[in-house]
Design a protein around this ligand. Structure first.
Ligand code: PMP
Ligand code: GLN
Length: 399
């Protein structure tokens, strides 16, 4: 976690947020939503605080939230989850990822992840002395796309090559980390890709850890949880978070669902990380998970509209835009604007245009194939008010 000059490396999100603050740039960097949580969820938090639910929650999470998570998995995906033995509430998805890796990975084990990847996976692979093996996400060509279905107006723009995945996973692989919907690209992994991952995991007896924090933000297709694929359930740990679904990233309420023995192992580590967190917010999220489908639908559609607006504007400016199917972000290649290096170009945009983005190469390893493919790509957050997006677009147009 040190940089070449020996100083501790900040995450790219902290670095770019500081840059936005110090320069007064519009911050489309870190995925910080500007719309609020649904009023019912905010009210439930206020009520929980007023009712005195302000002390330690049980390490495994308050019963109301564990029941709500189990009910949520049944209602949306038809999955049967035991709230007392198969759900662990965590301090955001961040803690879930950390606890899972610390609990289940031994030094020397291999972890397979799709690259670009959310930066925490590599940091935790480092902390556990595991070897991270990556499979590059490739831009889909028409020939590699699965047949379009009526439910998928925006076909996936990125895919993984089944052979590349099959050769990355070996008997040394302890776990495969899946992230769908995907940060940063906004790709939704199609069912057949997920089924392939499950078959490969079965062949090598690997576990699957799936980060599905954007599960309710798929506006260009349907999110399929990998746990719903036949053969997956007994080897899969599914992670999600209220931060994204309810635009409450500061509450840091996440959870995982897993078979009892895996959930128990993770809980043993989690109790020494935070023990527990955010008792009143856990109660509020339990209320949120029970809200009617229309609430989730409205939020998804509204984000999709804003992502489309940002994608259209970036395309008009000449960037090569990969329209997202889900999630908070729009990724685009700035090479057509003359970019040679994403990080340099992100700094240039911050100083010249006053708009902060994140270079996609920060989600890649130095020198990797994905790092080269995405070397001139930028990620822009669309989870902002229309006024913020309009201001950013105006500044980019004026540059
Ligand atoms: N995984 C992914 C893919 C994310 O984008 C994020 C949030 N930026 C997290 C995990 C962390 O979630 P949380 O804020 O709930 O810790
Ligand atoms: N998940 C957020 C993003 O991708 C950042 C979270 C963080 O700052 N660690 O922007």
């Amino acid at each position: 976690l040190l940089r070449a000059d020996g100083r501790p490396a900040q995450t790219i999100f902290a670095e770019m947020t500081e840059l936005a603050t110090s320069t007064g740039a519009v911050n489309l960097g870190q995925g910080v939503p500007e719309d609020g949580a649904p009023p019912e969820v905010l009210e439930a938090a206020r009520a929980a605080i007023a009712d005195g639910r302000n002390q330690y929650a049980p390490g495994i999470g308050v019963p109301a939230l564990r029941r709500a998570v189990a009910e949520h998995q049944r209602r949306w995906y038809g999955l049967d989850v035991d709230p007392d033995r198969e759900v662990v509430v965590t301090a955001g998805a961040t803690e879930a990822i950390a606890a899972v890796l610390l609990a289940l990975v031994e030094p020397g084990d291999e972890i397979v992840a799709i690259e670009p990847y959310y930066d925490e996976y590599a940091a935790l692979a480092g902390l556990t002395d595991a070897k991270l093996v990556t499979v590059p996400l490739r831009r889909a060509t028409v020939a590699t796309l699965p047949p379009a279905s009526g439910a998928d107006p925006a076909p996936p723009r990125f895919t993984i090559d089944p052979d590349e995945l099959a050769s990355a996973v070996t008997d040394r692989t302890r776990l495969i980390i899946v992230n769908t919907p995907h940060n940063p690209t906004g790709a939704l992994l199609p069912r057949e890709t997920l089924a392939h991952i499950v078959r490969v995991a079965e062949r090598h007896n690997a576990l699957i850890v799936t980060d599905e924090v954007y599960e309710h933000l798929a506006y260009g297709g349907t999110h399929t949880p990998i746990a719903a694929i036949p053969g997956a359930r007994d080897r899969t740990i599914t992670i999600s978070s209220a931060g994204k679904t309810f635009s409450a990233t500061g509450w840091k309420v996440g959870w995982l669902t897993a078979p009892p023995s895996l959930a128990q192992s993770v809980l043993m580590v989690k109790q020494y990380l935070t023990y527990s967190n955010g008792t009143p917010f856990q109660h509020a999220v339990a209320v949120g998970l029970g809200l009617p489908d229309a609430v989730f639908e409205g939020r998804r559609q509204d984000l999709g509209r804003r992502a489309a607006k940002l994608a259209d504007a970036l395309a008009r400016l000449g960037l090569d835009v990969a329209r997202p199917a889900a999630g908070y972000f729009v990724c685009a290649d700035a090479a057509p604007l003359g970019a040679r290096d994403g990080a340099d170009f992100a700094r240039t945009l911050a100083s010249e245009a006053g708009v902060v983005s994140i270079p996609v190469a920060s989600f890649c390893r130095d020198g990797s194939e994905a790092g080269r493919t995405f070397g001139t790509w930028l990620r822009f957050a669309a989870c902002k008010h229309d006024a913020t997006l309009d201001e950013a677009i105006a500044r980019l147009e004026a540059r």
